[in-house]
Ligand binder design. Structure first.
Ligand code: AMP
Length: 397
């Protein structure tokens, strides 16, 4: 077998940047990081890893697109590697548990976990609603599991059936706590957290895009003296995304979209609408014009949504038309354009949307259509971004 050494993963030292090499991570993890093509840590990684790797609790204010998933996965996989179990654990008793609000996010984390543990002997299982429960049960009950990822509802089903025991959990990760709150999952999450060992006897890594009072209260009750790390949303949004705002009439939006898609530079785009009916209408319109696109909205069956997302990821589908809820979980590199067919009411949604492009250091463009109705939502976005935006006539595309 080919013996991989760190000599094969050369990253020059650069002032102001942190390399993964600087953390003395286990070789199999470094090899996986190399294989994924990461070179330098993202800010949340360089800030969180020193604490997470030293067993401290961390609360991180970070959105998707910041590299937070790799930050917590690297920490817990390093723990697994450095503290191997002496005995085979009972079935269904994971060493680490990651809770995520949506299936899409949970599956995304599962994919990242599998990639990062590719050269380790760890077993990851993901349990989410809307997918075959029996199959997930088999995965849980056939072989021991090291890392369990799940959405709260489905995990509770398994806990109720005694297929899962959380007594051996060493690391608990709670991802997107603010969305768990919005979606009404906190009572479920609380029940789950109470089945893990006491917070003094586990490490807790808690992430949320926002930290309002309610989220802080949760963080306080589930962590001990956490290191609080903040990655400003502006950093995510504005660094690598060229944000354009086009003044346009409501009736001109469809034509502008067509023109944009006729342009060769729009290689892969996500169009956001505020409501599902609008999503479906835009898809119908574009398909009539022979433009291959698909909808990603909450009323589409999970299986179909995943298939659509996979085709988009693999480059077999160029355009996605999505609502905010369905669009948040999209973690695809190489999205060249995000189009806001309508401006969202919530400025956080705006930042989430445009964060789908300009990922992993690549450049991206966001184009927001600003019709009369949309203009009402602009001041809040400007305030959130901390800058005035420049509305122009549509580019001559
Ligand atoms: P996340 O915020 O966890 O959704 O990650 C955003 C994206 O960045 C994912 O596609 C990761 O694969 C990628 N990523 C994470 N860490 C790094 C890194 N250090 N360098 C480059 N890309 C990264």
């Amino acid at each position: 077998m080919h013996d991989w050494t760190l000599d094969e993963f050369v990253v020059p030292e650069v002032e102001g940047k942190t390399r993964f090499h600087d953390f003395a991570l286990p070789l199999p993890i470094m090899r996986a990081i190399d294989k994924l093509g990461y070179e330098y840590c993202t800010p949340i990684q360089s800030d969180a890893l020193p604490f997470a790797l030293s067993d401290y609790d961390v609360t991180g204010q970070a959105q998707t697109g910041t590299g937070k998933t790799a930050a917590f996965l690297i920490a817990l996989l390093t723990r697994f590697w450095e503290n191997p179990l002496q005995e085979t654990p009972p079935l269904g008793a994971p060493r680490a548990l990651i809770l995520a609000p949506t299936r899409e996010l949970a599956l995304q984390i599962e994919g990242d976990a599998k990639a990062l543990s590719k050269y380790m002997d760890e077993r990851t299982v993901c349990v989410v609603g809307g997918m075959d429960m029996q199959k997930q049960r088999e995965r849980l009950t056939k072989k021991p599991v090291d890392l369990l990822i799940g959405t709260p509802g489905r995990l509770i089903d398994f806990l109720n059936r005694n297929d899962v025991s959380l007594k051996h959990v060493e690391v608990l990760v709670i991802d997107e706590a603010d969305r768990m709150l919005d979606m009404g999952f906190i009572p479920d999450v609380r029940r789950i957290v109470y089945q893990t060992p006491h917070k003094r006897r586990r490490q807790t890594l808690f992430f949320s895009a926002t930290f309002n009072e309610e989220v802080m209260r949760l963080a306080d009750s589930w962590t001990i003296n956490p290191e609080h790390i903040v990655v400003e949303p502006e950093q995510v949004a504005t660094d690598t995304v060229d944000q354009k705002f086009w003044l346009i009439g409501n009736k001109e939006k469809d034509a502008a979209l067509l023109k944009l898609f006729a342009h060769a530079k729009t290689e892969r785009a996500i169009v956001f609408t505020n409501r599902r009916d609008q999503t479906h209408r835009v898809v119908k319109f574009l398909q009539k014009q022979n433009i291959q696109c698909e909808a990603l909205a909450g009323d589409i069956p999970q299986r179909k949504r995943l298939a659509t997302l996979n085709r988009f990821k693999e480059g077999n589908l160029k355009y996605l038309i999505a609502t905010d809820v369905a669009g948040r979980g999209i973690h695809v590199d190489g999205v060249t354009h995000v189009v806001n067919y309508e401006l969202p009411e919530d400025p956080e949604d705006y930042v989430h949307r445009i964060g789908r492009t300009g990922r992993a250091g690549a450049d991206g463009t966001s184009i927001s259509f600003v019709a009369e109705d949309d203009a009402f939502n602009l001041p809040a976005i400007e305030e959130y971004l901390g800058m005035k935006v420049d509305c122009t006539l549509p580019d001559d595309i």
